[in-house]
Design a protein around this ligand. Structure first.
Ligand SMILES: Nc1ncnc2c1ncn2[C@@H]1O[C@H](COP(=O)(O)OP(=O)(O)OP(=O)(O)O)[C@@H](O)[C@H]1O
Length: 321
């Protein structure tokens, strides 16, 4: 478990992290979501004792990082996948790490196998693709078999196969009961990867909840109604105080429960051809909660991201889980 209390980091006049308190539970993948510059990397560095908080504290399983006797056995981290001597082989890199942290050499081949790098273990790490480097970084994080794992933007620059592998791997680690804390500025990716979210903007906490609750809480849920008696329904729903909008041959209703609309239709003898809930996307939820966090707008503009967001929103439907 990771617990941050009033965590604050100032660099001169810049407040990178501002009175941040959150908890990351074991057995779940928790996404650390926020726009570029929101303070995610700074927070991760403070968790790992690489930066000292200006105020507040953060504890891993009840202890500050510097109080841990054998840190790699408690917490593993992937902050920068290219942090490896380019002329060392993957195996030599891991052996060096194991030796300097008093971890048995047998773990090296175990973690190489876990991340699928056994066949290339003797190749120069400097020649690795980004995907292979990420796997090597994850192997290094796993070396001490820690219960707590931190990954900073692990899917940046990866191809779809690499992204899928990382996503599945995170779920596997959480299923083993570990605490998995993964940062990303990509809403669509977090919607698919994280079960819980810690959302920050400009160094401050915006929300901490399940991914599903995040969307449900913030996005306005609407109901689509199709019927041969649209006029009758438009009037009846309007009289209940809900907002009704025409969209093609349907009505889109906000402010009224789907069950209540069904009851109202039955009471009025109206035939329904469709009565379906529209759920908001993670992006809509974020925009509503953050308001002026303009940095995020860029992530929703191109067609690929739009498609990914639609897929993410679909994945958030409870029925699909
Ligand atoms: N060493 C430093 N000195 C001065 N300012 C810093 C330093 N490190 C971070 N900052 C500033 O703190 C803020 C938070 O940066 P941080 O890198 O933690 O954000 P982030 O959410 O990880 O962003 P990204 O997704 O771009 O990595 C930014 O305004 C950044 O410029």
């Amino acid at each position: 478990m990771i617990e941050a209390h009033g965590l604050t980091k100032r660099y001169g006049k810049t407040v990178a992290v501002d009175d941040l308190s959150f908890t990351v539970q074991s057995g779940r993948v928790t996404g650390f979501l926020g726009p570029n510059g929101a303070g995610k990397s700074t927070t991760m560095r403070m968790i790992l004792g690489l930066d000292a908080p200006t105020e507040g504290s953060v504890r891993i399983d009840g202890k500050r990082y510097r109080e841990l006797h054998n840190p790699l056995r408690v917490v593993g981290a992937l902050l920068d996948a290219k942090w490896v001597h380019p002329n060392r082989s993957a195996r030599a890199h891991l052996r060096w790490l194991a030796k300097s942290n008093r971890i048995p050499m047998s773990r090296v081949d175990e973690v190489l196998d876990t991340v699928g790098l056994t066949n290339v273990a003797n190749r120069r790490a400097g020649g690795f693709s980004l995907g292979m480097s990420q796997r090597l970084g994850i192997a290094a994080a796993l070396l001490g078999d820690p219960q707590v794992l931190l990954f900073d933007e692990p899917v940046n620059g990866l191809d779809p196969e690499g992204i899928l592998w990382i996503r599945r791997f995170m779920h596997r680690l959480a299923d083993e009961g570990r605490t998995v804390f993964v940062s990303s500025h990509l809403l669509s990716e977090m919607a698919l990867t994280a079960q819980e979210l810690v959302v920050i903007g400009r160094g401050k906490l915006i929300a901490q909840c399940s991914t599903e609750d995040f969307v449900a809480r913030a996005a306005e849920n609407k109901v689509t109604v199709r019927s041969p008696q649209l006029g009758l329904l438009r009037t009846a729903i309007g009289q209940q105080g809900a907002t009704v909008r025409d969209e093609g041959d349907s009505l889109v209703v906000s402010g009224m429960d789907i069950a209540d609309i069904g009851e109202l239709a039955a009471a009025n003898g109206a035939v329904l051809h469709e009565l379906s809930a529209q759920r908001g996307s993670l992006e809509e939820a974020f925009m509503q909660l953050t308001g002026d966090s303009v940095e995020y707008h860029a992530s929703g503009t191109d067609a690929d991201t739009e498609a990914a967001l639609r897929a993410a929103a679909a994945d958030l439907q409870p029925a699909g889980k």
